[in-house]
Ligand binder design. Sequence first.
Ligand code: PGA
Length: 238
Amino acid sequence: MDKIIAANWKMNNDFCDVKPFVNYIKKNQKNKKNLVVCVPAVMLKTFADEAKGLVATGAQNCYFAEKGAFTGEISAKMVKSAGAEYCIVGHSERRHIFGETNEMLNKKLFACKNAGLKVIFCIGEVLEEKSKYKSVLKKQIVEGFKDVTDFSNIVIAYEPVWAIGTGKVATTDDISKVHGYIKAFFKENYGVDMPVLYGGSVKPSNSKDILALDEVDGVLIGGASLKAEDYIAIAQSR
Ligand code: PGA
């Protein structure tokens, strides 16, 4: 399988960036398999229309209810109908800035699955939890995946919170070790081979080493995904 190269624009870039970004990929990237770009919600339709058949479009979040009086929220079904294929669930910024709990994320996971979206489910420990990462990740998985029986179309993104946007990357040994733990946990407890992406300060200068690891099934890129040149440089290092 071609490793997944997923971009997370967060609250960056604008409508005017969509077309040049997609055109750059069209011209410069031969292997277009498993490319995903998660854009701000208002840009989903524009990006999906431009990138149709070339790059998969993803949302960065959605609400778990199907519809109703939830001012400012968007449903998984709306995300899907805008042309998106993927949705990120449980990014650490959602957990830490917006207070999303494992229980909420579990509901979001079901909402996305029910809407036919593929899920990038993020887990990760903060710096103070680094030494006890196993128990932190285990809790995020057990509570986040409560009652899940269909594990298809879900990938985990392991993003140590201390490595996000900080320039501090986990060592390749650490990444192998933690990904190995996550994969073994899914195998032993749910009987599934779960793909695991790495995220946290991935950039063109370190992506080759990270993507070369057997335990790494792809990357989730924030800052270095904003410019098509950097995003494609990372895709070409797989
Ligand atoms: P970063 O963000 O690449 O800017 O560290 C990664 C992420 O938050 O997904």
